[in-house]
Design a protein around this ligand. Structure first.
Ligand code: SF4
Length: 347
């Protein structure tokens, strides 16, 4: 089995040399660039990340500028990418690099693993790509490719399966460990696609792939989820004055979307009558109330089911911050879950 896996190294490296995509973070192997791109790519598609990455680098070109940036500005740069704790951890890690390492980027897997927000995968990616350390970097793409090559029906969502794949990969890691790790991920993203869609005819390791040989690509990898999702219902309010000031407020410093801004919202679904009495409590007089299109937002473990109202109010109240649409788009980081309702206004 191990020998069989060894066979994929050479063709995979050759394939990667000629087929790798030209991505903004592949222009060099600078650890700051690889780090930011890897964190952005967690849970986000490459196409979506490209423009965020370019913009981020324009504003925060190095560890020092990241360590000094104001949180609102950082979250604004991250707006729409989701999983905002990633951005906050980047800043914490940059501060630590400035303080503990005098600005020099940590250059070993063990040191990288100590940075906030850096797990085994990211540490492995930076250590191998930037410093050629012989460590693995195993993400969902790698788990899928290796499970298929091995014809393994083990549940890839279990830590023990990942550990087993890690051990097997460690034994075949070539000197160009970074390139090999990147090549595996690239193959997973470009050729060995999820579901029943891998493009085996153009795969460089086809002759060594058991899932392809035995027609098992639709069944492998096996992913059995244990996670139970939580459903939360919310009423989202776009409160707007006649001169177009929109009410927003800052979320708490802890928990989901902490530190971001939000539209006023209530737990549960509210009828128009119930809403009117809440508005009175807030000292707001509504001139007009209309429905906005319902929306759903999916977080890691929670689904928000949202019902929205557009409320034109007579005057502002002190409870909220009242901002113009331009200020909202340029200055205040608003999570995608709420952006949906602002976007629906212009439809
Ligand atoms: S042959 Fe097909 S299933 Fe096997 S690794 Fe290549 S793309 Fe994936």
């Amino acid at each position: 089995m191990q020998e069989h896996l060894q066979n994929i190294v050479k063709p995979l490296l050759q394939w990667f040399e000629t087929n790798k995509r030209d991505l903004p973070w592949r222009k060099d192997r600078h650890p700051y660039h690889i780090w930011i791109s890897e964190i952005m790519l967690q849970q986000t598609r490459i196409e979506a990340v490209k423009k965020y990455y370019v913009n981020f680098m324009k504003e925060l070109p190095d560890t020092e500028s990241l360590s000094l940036v104001a949180e609102d500005k950082l979250l604004k740069l991250w707006e729409g990418l989701g999983y905002y704790s990633r951005a906050k951890n980047l800043k914490k890690a940059a501060e630590l690099i400035m303080q503990e390492y005098g600005g020099r980027f940590p250059d070993s897997y063990e040191q990288l693993l100590k940075l906030p927000g850096v797990g085994e995968y990211t540490a492995g990616a930076i250590a191998s790509i930037c410093f050629n350390e012989k460590v693995t970097a195993i993400d969902g793409n790698v788990l899928r490719v290796i499970s298929r090559v091995l014809g393994s029906r083990k549940n890839v969502l279990l830590p023990e399966t990942k550990k087993e794949i890690d051990q097997k990969l460690q034994k075949i890691l070539p000197e160009q460990s970074g390139m090999f790790n990147e090549a595996l991920m690239e193959l997973g993203e470009m050729v060995c696609l999820p579901g029943a869609a891998p493009e085996c005819t153009r795969c460089p390791v086809q002759s060594d792939c058991i899932a392809h040989r035995d027609n098992l690509t639709a069944e492998i990898p096996v992913r059995i989820k244990k996670l139970k999702r939580k459903r939360e219902e919310k009423t989202i309010l776009v409160l707007m004055t006649e001169n177009n000031r929109i009410a927003i407020e800052k979320r708490t410093e802890k928990g989901l979307l902490s530190g971001m801004y939000q539209l006023p919202n209530l737990n549960g679904f509210y009828s128009e009558e119930e809403l009117k009495s809440i508005l009175r409590e807030w000292q707001l007089t509504s001139m007009k109330i209309s429905f906005l299109k319902n929306a759903k937002h999916v977080f890691t473990h929670i689904d928000w089911h949202m019902k929205g109202y557009l409320v034109t109010v007579e005057q502002q109240c002190s409870q909220f911050l009242w901002v113009s649409p331009q200020e909202l788009s340029e200055k205040y980081p608003l999570p995608t879950a709420f952006q949906t309702f602002i976007k629906n206004l212009s439809k």
